[in-house]
Design a binder for this molecule. Structure first.
Ligand SMILES: [Zn+2]
Ligand SMILES: [Zn+2]
Length: 254
């Protein structure tokens, strides 16, 4: 166990296989363990038949549990591999913003290419140059051992009027939606920013938020549909209170 390269790191996966594992891990981060074939097809924009074929292949490689009509779930081995792919993605995104000065709204596509190509050595070099524990969209970077983390953020829609919150992250699926991200940026709704829930209109009405500093505050309206995809924590909490996802053969260390 002391050697740097563990056996699972030598498993050779195609970029497509990696995309499936990463997709399943993102679902797991949202608390969804088993994902339906139709859902995978929708997210990855492929036909259900293609998904079924791929899941059979990943099952043979012992990376997913899969039974027809029951959906797919990562095995422990699959989870560790998937976490490593996501780790590359998020470190790459961070690197693109922190070191190369790229706009956070545009990193996802580039990082998606890099996650399949980055060597472990290059990744370590990237990691040394970044300082955050999350990607620019606010998602926690998995550990080197392949552990993933849950944070304590909640959708903006869950807070009550008068509450002051700090934006923690945007939903996974918004990462590739450059148009919406640009809109959020224009409104000042980016991870790390504090806002106050001013008013919640009933039913599907917009949420009014107070943004800005003490000198210049302004009120903006944000559609409930969008607000449900922006996650925040109470402003009084200092960090994301990251919690490791429980793993069955997890060793207690550090
Ligand atoms: Zn991304
Ligand atoms: Zn990201």
């Amino acid at each position: 166990m002391k050697s740097k390269q563990k056996s699972e790191e030598r498993i050779c996966l195609s970029a497509t296989e990696e995309d499936y594992l990463a997709m399943l891990l993102r679902s797991l981060e949202r608390g969804v363990k088993r994902v339906r074939t139709t859902e995978i097809a929708k997210v990855l924009k492929v036909s259900p038949a293609t998904v079924t074929n791929m899941l059979d292949r990943l099952k043979r490689r012992k990376l997913v549990y899969y039974r027809k009509y029951h959906g797919a779930q990562l095995t422990e081995k699959g989870k560790i591999l998937a976490a490593k792919i996501i780790r590359k993605h998020r470190i790459a995104e961070r690197f693109l913003v922190d070191v190369l000065g790229m706009d956070w709204t545009e990193t996802h596509k580039e990082a998606h290419e890099l996650e399949h190509a980055l060597s472990d050595e290059l990744l370590e070099r990237f990691e040394r140059l970044i300082s955050s524990t999350t990607c620019p969209h606010g998602h926690p970077i998995p550990s080197k051992k392949g552990e993933i983390f849950h944070d304590c953020s909640q959708p903006l829609t869950e807070f009550v009027e008068g509450e002051e919150v700090r934006i923690a992250k945007v939903a996974h699926h918004l990462e590739k939606d450059v148009k919406t991200l640009k809109k959020l940026e224009k409104l000042g709704l980016v991870p790390g920013i504090e806002v106050k829930i001013k008013q919640k209109q009933p039913v599907n009405g917009p949420i009014m938020l107070q943004v800005g500093n003490k000198k210049h505050t302004r009120t903006i309206a944000i559609a409930k549909k969008i607000a449900a995809n922006i996650f925040a924590i109470p402003a009084t909490i200092k960090d994301l209170c990251l919690e490791k996802e429980a793993s069955k053969d997890e060793k207690r260390s550090q």
